[in-house]
Structures are given as structure tokens and as C-alpha cells.
Design a protein around this ligand. Structure first.
Ligand SMILES: NC(=O)c1ccc[n+]([C@@H]2O[C@H](COP(=O)([O-])OP(=O)(O)OC[C@H]3O[C@@H](n4cnc5c(N)ncnc54)[C@H](O)[C@@H]3O)[C@@H](O)[C@H]2O)c1
Length: 354
């Protein structure tokens, strides 16, 4: 592995901290610096975990170029900071989500330009437009939606959504800020010869995700089952489907990108758990019941939440063809790992997850 010093923005968050800790375990000589403004409730819990492994932490904000430029001498930046909620900016101003996700990413690119560092960007499946995803050809049974494979179209196969899916239409401030950042990444790569990789992740889940009502649904569902709190299916009668990628599978991909960035550079990749690790909320309820033994009385609200979609499953064929990417962790394992983490940290987590 060629890198000597890795800078992880948003590195106290779920994905950033997991990447930092895994990298330190796999490459003990690697210097890792993490920057985060700790806006995400619960991200402060990761600071002692990072410190214990010798990972440096800087309290800073990606919206301030000086904060990012205070870190020098890195040869790779992994941009994991974000306002990651698809509903961000709708009831108030979109300024925070745009300033962080777009201008923050551009600040990171600026730092990479001056440091001549490589850049890996955590993008999202939410770059694909909401309206097009809302009218996918679906069939339904008692538990979930599935693709009607007799009515496929560009970017839509029986496996799910690929990089070929059309991009026109509104997509939420979150999705738009990420897609705009992707465009600037391509500009920086072309103009300054930066090595860049864009990974469009679907739902990532696992221990240390501080799930909340508008982001981190797998943890939220697990926590409410564990603590026996009421839940509600909001829209789609609980049949909405997502594929889920275990954080360790996300890390394994990032690790292979560090090992050989030339193979991935300049590319945009859909990454997710795939059809084999997809669940509806109703199926997730079944899994949570099986693991905890707790059965909740779950109400149904017919009115879908703004920007919610009935179905998103990642077609990761492009990555599979490139590097034999294939998730190793099943959805059952992901959910049981989350329960184990909640049980081991029950006292502190009940103040954060409920
Ligand atoms: N978790 C998922 O399911 C998922 C799916 C697709 C893409 N992603 C992307 O992965 C990345 C990491 O997401 P996550 O799940 O770890 O979210 P997270 O909220 O746990 O982590 C993001 C971190 O960024 C920090 N942050 C927010 N605004 C900041 C700012 N202005 N300056 C500095 N730090 C700031 C937060 O405090 C938090 O610690 C994001 O870019 C997100 O869009 C996540």
C-alpha cells in the first residue's frame, strides 16, 4: 500500500471512524488524521476509540478551507463528512447541507490539489432522481416490493439500479449536493490530474451508526425493538425495500481501492448489499423480532414521507466485473451485529438512539 498519511474528513462519523479504525488495524505504520465538527449526535463517542488507536483528531469544519489546510503532508483524503439525511433542508434552509456536502467537498479537493493527494469520495445512491425511482415497475406480495422483471429499462435490471440509470429530475438537496460534488471531482481530476474515486453507496449499516429517524434506519429499527419503543410504517405499508451493506464490506472495498487506486481511478461505482441483502421494513421487523424476542405493535401511516421511495437495490455489476466485489456479510449478520453493539453499550446508547 503506497500511502503514508491518510486524512479522513467526517472521520468521527459512522463510516469515517470505522474506516479509520480498520485502516489502523490493517496498516499500523499508517498515519491517520481525522477531522470532524461533531455535529452528528453520538459522533463524540468515537473520539476515545480513535485516540486509543493513536489516530489524531482535529475538531474542524469542512466548510472552512483553513481547517482543512491545517493538515499537511497527507497523500490520500477520504471525504466522509456530510449532512447525510435525504430530508435535510426541507423544513429549514438547505444552506447547511449544500455548504457541507458541496462546498466542503470542493474545499477537500482544493487541499488535495495543493498536497497532490489522491481523493476518495463517499457519494450516495440518492444522486438518482426521486421521480424516476418512484415509478419503477414493481410487483408486491404481503411483505415487500420487487422489480417486475418483464418491464426493465436503461439502468434497471432484475439486480437493481446500475450507474446507467437516467440522472435527470429532482433528487433532494442531499442528492443534488452530492451529485454536484461528483461533477467538481471530475473537473479537478481533469484539470489537475488528481486520482479520484467516487463510490455511490446505498444503505450502509452496522455497529456505531448513530441511527435516527431520518438517517440510519437499520440501527433505528433495531434500537426501538431492543428498548421496546413504538414504531410506525410511514408510507408504502412497510413494503419499501433497500439493500443493506455491512460497514465491514464497505471498508473492504475502500481498502482494495487504497491497495490499487489506479484500477479504480476516474470511476464512479454503485456499491451496496445487492438483491441478496435487501429487505423491506416488514421483513426487517421480522428479523428484529427473531433476534430480540420482542414484538412491537407497529402502526401504519399511509402518507409517505417526502423523498421516500418504494424501492432501491444496488446493481453492483460494474464493481463485480472490475474487482470481483461481492458483499460477505448477510443482512441477518448486519442486524445481529447491531444488536450486539446496542446490548454492550446500552446505557450510553439509549440517550442517543431513542
Ligand atoms: N451511512 C449510509 O448509509 C450512507 C449511504 C450512502 C452514502 N453515505 C455517505 O457516507 C458518508 C459518511 O456517512 P455516515 O453514515 O458516516 O454519516 P455520519 O453522520 O455518521 O458521519 C458524517 C460525519 O460528518 C460530520 N460533519 C457533518 N458536517 C460537517 C462539517 N461541516 N464539517 C466537518 N464535519 C462534519 C458529522 O459530525 C459526522 O461525524 C457521507 O458522505 C454520506 O453521504 C452514507
Amino acid at each position: 500500500m503506497k500511502y503514508k498519511k491518510v486524512f479522513i474528513t467526517g472521520g468521527a462519523g459512522f463510516v469515517g471512524s470505522n474506516i479509520a479504525l480498520n485502516l489502523k488495524r490493517d496498516y499500523s505504520a499508517l498515519e491517520i488524521v481525522v477531522l470532524d465538527n461533531l455535529v452528528r449526535k453520538g459522533s463524540e463517542l468515537n473520539l476515545p476509540r480513535l485516540r486509543a488507536e493513536g489516530i489524531s483528531f482535529i475538531k474542524g469544519d469542512v466548510r472552512n478551507l483553513e481547517d482543512i489546510q491545517s493538515v499537511r503532508g497527507f497523500d490520500l483524503l477520504i471525504e466522509c463528512s456530510a449532512e447525510p439525511s435525504v430530508s435535510a433542508g426541507y423544513t429549514t434552509s438547505p444552506k447547511y447541507v449544500v455548504d457541507t456536502n458541496l462546498f466542503g467537498a470542493i474545499n477537500c479537493l482544493e487541499a488535495c490539489r495543493t498536497e497532490k493527494a489522491d481523493f476518495i469520495f463517499l457519494s450516495t445512491s440518492r444522486v438518482y432522481p426521486i421521480e424516476a425511482l418512484s415509478v419503477l415497475p414493481l410487483k408486491e406480495d404481503d411483505l415487500r416490493f420487487d422489480i417486475d422483471s418483464s418491464r426493465l429499462s436503461a439502468g434497471l435490471s432484475a439486480k437493481g439500479i446500475s450507474e446507467q440509470f437516467p440522472l435527470s429530475g429532482y433528487r433532494s438537496f442531499y442528492g443534488a449536493s452530492k451529485l454536484s460534488a461528483e461533477m467538481f471531482i471530475e473537473e479537478y481530476a481533469k484539470a489537475y490530474g488528481l486520482s479520484t474515486v467516487i463510490d455511490r453507496f446505498g444503505v450502509i449499516a452496522g455497529p456505531w451508526q448513530m441511527g435516527k429517524i431520518d438517517q440510519g434506519v437499520i440501527t433505528l429499527w433495531a434500537a426501538y425493538h431492543y428498548f421496546k419503543k413504538n414504531l410506525k410504517y410511514i408510507g408504502f405499508n412497510g413494503k419499501q425495500v433497500r439493500d443493506v451493506l455491512h460497514i465491514q464490506d464497505a471498508y473492504s472495498l475502500i481498502k482494495s481501492q487504497l491497495e490499487d487506486i489506479s484500477k479504480y481511478q476516474g470511476g464512479i461505482y454503485n456499491v451496496g448489499g445487492g438483491l441478496e441483502n435487501s429487505v423491506s421494513l416488514r421483513q426487517l421487523t421480522g428479523l428484529c423480532q427473531k433476534i430480540t424476542g420482542n414484538t412491537l405493535n407497529i402502526q401504519t401511516d399511509d402518507q409517505a414521507r417526502f423523498a421516500d421511495i418504494p424501492y432501491y437495490v444496488t446493481d453492483y455489476s460494474k464493481l463485480e466485473n472490475l474487482c470481483r466485489f461481492r458483499p460477505k456479510f448477510s443482512i441477518e449478520k448486519t442486524v445481529s451485529d447491531i444488536f450486539e453493539w446496542i446490548r454492550d453499550n446500552e446505557d450510553v446508547l439509549k440517550n442517543i438512539l431513542l
